[in-house]
Design a binder for this molecule. Structure first.
Ligand SMILES: Nc1ncnc2c1ncn2[C@@H]1O[C@H](COP(=O)(O)OP(=O)(O)OP(=O)(O)O)[C@@H](O)[C@H]1O
Length: 459
């Protein structure tokens, strides 16, 4: 079972990313979940020293999570984040068994200090990639060979590819194979951080630089000193900040907000985007000078559908990551393999990861069959197979809209889908099974397993 330091449970994606970033920089190995249900699944598959959870979340809130955890993970401390003005909630949290609480909004230091009461940070461990990198497809082998050569140089690399293709994985590979490998690898998701905070986060700030800057803070550039900085989703950066970034890249020095002191930088810069950056530049949304500065060496990562040789090995690796016991991993039966190869994977490796997680939950026998494969977009089958796909999260367009309207939980894990569909169907197992495209027997089996693992199913 994989071991991590902190499980962050937060449904607000930007905040979740900021919390994870803060803790990772603080030297913790962090995993995130978007609600209580997803958290329970992660707890089943990995070990955590601490859970930091929001209180108000859809599907399963912080209190319900706490209640569920008391049955099976009573040893794991839970830190609840409650909103300002809800002190009674904080008291309630402690009474319900939370180890501690944080009142929102809190600053990075408060979070790290609180977490440090429960877990000891280990900066070098936070940087080790303990997941296997899969490169089996011939095209990808060539791409990795080229990447290894580029890694040894100092040039700025622009990684382009659809979402979920593995840009951050390749960025990590460049870092590990570069002269900067002993330093930190810091990734900033420019799309996840609010525009007005990104500048401070990148360049750092001095105490009093703006309202709320209660203490000085180094930016991501400084945090990456001697290592690599990945500017992810760079196309999302606004034009004003692009100009400031260009200056930092040209001068190789940074000034914190509210300070005139120049800090020399020794950082390898990588940028990544899932947009066509050249088109953005041509449409005036991305600065031409910055484009050419970042795009010294472009690496285009092909979508998963164009590297079929990777699909099965990746599925096996992802299965390995989610296995909760030492038992032999299930195999995919030939029809299931055929179906996976026929699918066009619009969400790429990340989507494959979701499909594998669902399959592990749905499977009833030793093998993963075609019935256990639930794709997010059945309209994206590339080759028409003889059999009509039986299992689809969204059989019709209307249904897809209805389900996706329920929020992020739909994409996260099968358990949350089941809970939501049950809720939608007023607890009717028959129509829930129909809606999910699985047999009532599979649904019963699944619900029994969820109950066994401590999930409270109220309908
Ligand atoms: N070659 C690979 N081997 C193993 N796992 C991979 C590989 N490529 C991608 N993954 C896994 O797929 C998921 C998505 O990868 P990653 O975050 O690198 O994609 P991305 O292209 O940066 O996505 P986005 O555009 O959304 O930021 C991660 O869980 C990652 O570990």
């Amino acid at each position: 079972m994989k071991q991590y330091d902190v499980l962050v449970v937060e449904d607000d994606l930007s905040l979740c990313e900021a919390l994870c970033d803060t803790l990772e920089i603080g030297g913790y190995r962090v995993v995130s979940a978007r609600n209580g249900t997803e958290a329970l699944i992660k707890l089943e598959h990995s070990q955590f020293k601490l859970v930091v959870s929001d209180v108000q979340m859809p599907v399963m809130d912080g209190f319900q999570l706490l209640k569920n955890m008391q049955q099976k993970y009573s040893e794991t401390p839970v830190l609840l984040m409650t909103a300002f003005g809800t002190i009674p909630k904080a008291v309630e949290a402690m009474q319900a068994g939370a180890s501690d609480y944080l009142i929102k909004p809190f600053d990075a230091e408060a979070l790290v200090n609180k977490v440090a009461d429960y877990v000891t940070a280990n900066p070098s461990a936070a940087n080790t990639a303990d997941n296997e990198r899969v490169v089996q497809d011939n095209g990808m082998k060539k791409l990795y060979a080229l990447t290894a050569r580029v890694a040894k140089t100092d040039v700025t690399v622009l990684l382009q590819g659809e979402s979920g293709t593995g840009k951050e994985v390749i960025a990590g590979y460049i870092h590990q194979n570069s002269a900067y490998h002993r330093g930190p690898f810091v990734a900033v998701n420019c799309a996840a951080i609010p525009e007005n905070m990104l500048e401070a986060m990148l360049f750092g700030y001095e105490k009093g630089a703006y309202t709320g800057a209660v203490q000085s803070m180094p930016g991501k550039f400084e945090q990456a000193q001697g290592g690599t900085l990945l500017l992810d989703e760079i196309a999302e950066m606004d034009l004003g900040l692009q100009a400031k970034l260009l200056r930092v890249l040209q001068e190789k020095e940074v000034e914190r907000l509210g300070s005139q002191k120049k800090i020399k930088l020794n950082v390898r810069i990588l940028a990544a985007t899932n947009q066509k950056l050249k088109e953005q530049m041509e449409q005036g949304r991305f600065r031409e000078d910055l484009y050419y500065r970042l795009n010294v060496f472009p690496i285009n990562i092909p979508p998963l559908r164009n590297r079929p040789g990777d699909i099965l090995p990746l599925a096996q690796e992802l299965m390995q990551r989610h296995r909760s016991d030492g038992k032999k991993l299930p195999e995919f039966d030939p029809k299931a393999v055929e179906k996976m190869l026929a699918y066009s994977w619009p969400g790429n490796v990340r989507e494959l990861d979701n499909v594998v997680q669902r399959a592990l939950i749905l499977r009833t026998g030793d093998k993963i069959t075609v019935d256990d494969l639930v794709f997010e977009d059945m309209g994206s089958m590339r080759i028409s197979s003889e059999r009509q796909p039986e299992t689809s999260l969204a059989e019709s367009k209307d249904e897809k809209l209805e389900i996706s309207g329920l929020g992020e939980g739909v994409r996260s894990a099968e358990e949350s889908i089941i809970l939501q569909t049950l809720q939608m169907e007023n607890g009717s197992r028959k129509t829930t099974a129909e809606k999910l495209g699985i047999s009532p027997r599979t649904l019963r089996y699944k619900m029994a397993r969820m109950k066994d693992s401590g999930v409270i199913i109220s309908c």
